[in-house]
Design a protein. Structure first.
Length: 162
């Protein structure tokens, strides 16, 4: 019998335990999230950014909705105790990269949304340096990816590749 390969898929759409997130009324997490969103909105005015604060859903997403191209940050990621400003900045830059990163495009979205790899590359090489300068942007990319990777390891499951 042939052994199946496995692929690690991060589950960033899971509801995280209440102990893993800051309380909804904690001031610091909402302040840093709003400061980041203000910076992204100022630099990418053609995109609509919003936040669903009161959820423990750990996710950020790029989508095309009634308002056009949108980036949404969910409270489970924004309030997660293991994610610093670097992780949030990278997640927002990654989602922004889906809209402005260009080819290669995500296979499920024709030529509307950049691929996962391209969104990561755009976030690290273009988005974060534009938003924070070369030095801070590079640091945010490295630290942010590490923070998200640690969560990915914790909130991941293995799916067989058929």
């Amino acid at each position: 019998m042939q052994e199946r390969e496995t692929l690690i898929v991060p589950i960033f759409d899971d509801v995280v335990p209440i102990a893993d997130v800051w309380p909804v009324d904690a001031r610091w997490p909402i302040f840093r999230a709003e400061q980041l969103l203000t910076r992204f909105r100022a630099n990418f005015p053609d995109l609509h950014y919003d936040i669903f604060w009161n959820t423990r859903l750990m996710n950020a997403q790029a989508f095309i909705g009634p308002l056009g191209r949108c980036v949404r940050l969910h409270g489970g990621l924004a309030r997660h105790r293991s994610i610093g400003i670097e992780g949030l900045a990278f997640a927002l830059a990654h989602e922004t990269g889906h809209h402005v990163g260009g080819p290669p495009y995500h296979p499920s979205y024709l030529s509307l949304i950049s691929s996962e790899e391209r969104a990561n590359e755009w976030a690290a090489k273009c988005g974060l340096p534009l938003l924070f300068g070369e030095k801070v942007g590079s640091r945010y990319a490295l630290r942010g990816l590490r923070q998200l990777a640690r969560l990915s390891e914790f909130y991941s499951i293995k799916f067989p590749i058929v």
